[in-house]
Design a protein around this ligand. Structure first.
Ligand SMILES: *[C@@H]1O[C@H](CO)[C@@H](O)[C@H](O)[C@H]1NC(C)=O
Ligand SMILES: *[C@@H]1O[C@H](CO)[C@@H](O)[C@H](O)[C@H]1NC(C)=O
Ligand SMILES: *[C@@H]1O[C@H](CO)[C@@H](O)[C@H](O)[C@H]1NC(C)=O
Ligand SMILES: *[C@@H]1O[C@H](CO)[C@@H](O)[C@H](O)[C@H]1NC(C)=O
Ligand SMILES: *[C@@H]1O[C@H](CO)[C@@H](O)[C@H](O)[C@H]1NC(C)=O
Ligand SMILES: *[C@@H]1O[C@H](CO)[C@@H](O)[C@H](O)[C@H]1NC(C)=O
Ligand SMILES: *[C@@H]1O[C@H](CO)[C@@H](O)[C@H](O)[C@H]1NC(C)=O
Ligand SMILES: *[C@@H]1O[C@H](CO)[C@@H](O)[C@H](O)[C@H]1NC(C)=O
Ligand SMILES: *[C@@H]1O[C@H](CO)[C@@H](O)[C@H](O)[C@H]1NC(C)=O
Ligand SMILES: *[C@@H]1O[C@H](CO)[C@@H](O)[C@H](O)[C@H]1NC(C)=O
Length: 355
């Protein structure tokens, strides 16, 4: 049997036979129009630049008459369509121009950690191409607008508007168009009103929802239990009251759950809590929970952090806690617990994870 040969002379030779057809193909590809970004894209970028009162030196690179694909912070794909604008921490001040909304191939817009002010233009939020929108750590204000109910589905997957000055109610059912959202980080703003109920009926893929450090009030909407993909739910440091609805425990993929510093009350439901077998962090500190820690807590085998401090819990610590062998931190201070800690509990609490 002859061994397989890769460098066969006759094959190689074929590649070097000059042919009129090959030359033509080469000529056409050299003359292809995709050698610079389009005038329209350049114009909308220059409009964005013009809206800045401090450009952090961008103007030196963003020169009309040059290929905008080579400008600082800009990435294009092979056909010279702008796909990314990455300008975090550039010292930018001024407004975000609505002109960024007409870049038809823009997928990733990162303007985080600047000093931009004014509103987030609806044209940008409603972009038909943006997948990741990160404007966190700026001074943007105003409200998040409702979307026209006729808005077709948008590709947006990640929305990070955290650490700004947004206020007002969070948009409600009219956010149906945001059906691809996977992560929403609206923490550290001044949103008021009820936590929206619609999140997961409009955005069934939602995995991360961070609303902490706002002024949300009212109760925990039971519809959050429909969030079958939800891994992280945080709304600490708000003004939410009432009990934790049983339905919430249907969100069984939850790994991180924090309601810290609200006004929740009621008891920790020993039956329902065991559904959250993926929980790694449970932070209920700074509320008004009462009653005892249920024995069934021992079934949460992945639990690493468990914060119940500053509540009104009582009774003895269940010995089943020692079944949570991954616990690193447990904070029970400022409650009304009684009884004695067993030596085993103390040893576990002190040495779990590190042996
Ligand atoms: C947003 O802040 C600017 C000042 O930076 C202010 O003039 C404007 O009224 C504010 N807009 C809203 C809707 O609060
Ligand atoms: C904004 O939030 C997204 C999604 O949670 C995250 O991936 C990103 O790192 C955040 N940006 C900053 C600057 O923290
Ligand atoms: C949300 O943004 C804050 C910054 O404001 C950041 O610390 C946090 O990690 C983000 N959370 C998520 C889940 O992306
Ligand atoms: C909240 O946002 C402000 C303004 O952007 C920022 O200075 C502060 O560090 C943020 N706080 C947290 C906890 O992220
Ligand atoms: C907190 O919520 C309660 C009702 O649930 C309301 O009466 C109170 O005004 C709210 N406080 C703030 C600071 O929003
Ligand atoms: C969600 O939980 C509630 C109450 O615990 C229950 O009645 C309901 O059947 C659950 N729904 C689903 C879809 O599992
Ligand atoms: C806990 O409930 C009591 C009695 O209803 C109330 O006075 C207190 O303000 C509540 N504490 C918190 C942190 O919500
Ligand atoms: C804790 O683990 C022990 C041994 O595996 C088991 O017998 C006990 O039922 C567990 N308790 C709880 C509450 O899970
Ligand atoms: C604390 O819980 C007890 C019952 O365990 C209840 O009688 C008392 O009113 C609660 N205190 C507050 C401040 O909610
Ligand atoms: C703490 O629990 C005891 C009974 O175990 C009860 O008499 C007392 O009122 C409780 N204190 C508070 C602040 O709830």
């Amino acid at each position: 049997v002859q061994p397989l040969q890769f460098s066969n002379k006759t094959h190689n030779n074929k590649l070097y036979i000059p042919s009129f057809g090959l030359v033509l193909v080469l000529l056409i590809s050299l003359a292809s129009p995709a050698s610079s970004c389009t005038e329209q894209e350049k114009t909308s970028l220059l409009q964005f630049l013009a809206g800045l009162s401090r450009d952090g030196g961008l103007a030196a690179s963003w020169q009309d008459g040059t290929d905008c694909c080579k400008w600082e912070g800009i990435t294009c794909r092979k056909d010279r369509t702008v796909t990314k604008i990455l300008l975090p921490s550039k010292g930018l001040e001024g407004k975000i121009s609505q002109s960024l909304g007409i870049l038809t191939g823009l997928q990733y817009l990162d303007l985080s950690h600047n000093s931009l002010s004014g509103g987030l233009p609806l044209e940008v939020l409603l972009s038909s191409s943006i997948i990741i929108l990160d404007v966190s750590f700026n001074q943007l204000n105003g409200t998040l607008q409702e979307l026209p109910s006729s808005t077709p589905a948008r590709p947006l997957q990640v929305l990070n508007i955290s650490s700004n000055l947004f206020a007002g109610q969070f948009p409600s059912t009219t956010w149906k168009a945001m059906e691809n959202l996977m992560a929403v980080n609206a923490s550290n703003n001044s949103f008021t009103g009820q936590i929206p109920t619609h999140f997961c009926s409009s955005s069934p893929s939602l995995a991360v929802l961070n609303l902490c450090l706002n002024k949300f009030s009212g109760n925990i909407p039971k519809q959050l239990g429909d969030c079958s993909k939800l891994r992280e739910l945080r709304f600490g440091y708000n003004n939410v009251s009432g009990i934790v609805p049983d339905e919430l425990f249907n969100a069984t993929l939850l790994e991180y759950l924090s309601f810290r510093n609200n006004h929740l009350n009621g008891v920790l439901d020993g039956v329902h809590i065991t559904k959250l077998r993926n929980l790694v962090t449970l932070d209920l500190g700074g509320n008004n929970f009462s009653g005892e820690i249920p024995d069934s807590i021992g079934q949460l085998k992945k639990l690493e952090e468990f914060h119940l401090d500053n509540n009104n819990l009582s009774g003895e610590l269940p010995s089943a806690l020692s079944n949570c062998t991954n616990l690193i931190a447990i904070d029970l201070k400022k409650n009304n617990f009684s009884g004695q800690l067993t030596k085993q509990q103390i040893r576990r609490a002190a040495f779990t994870k590190n042996g």
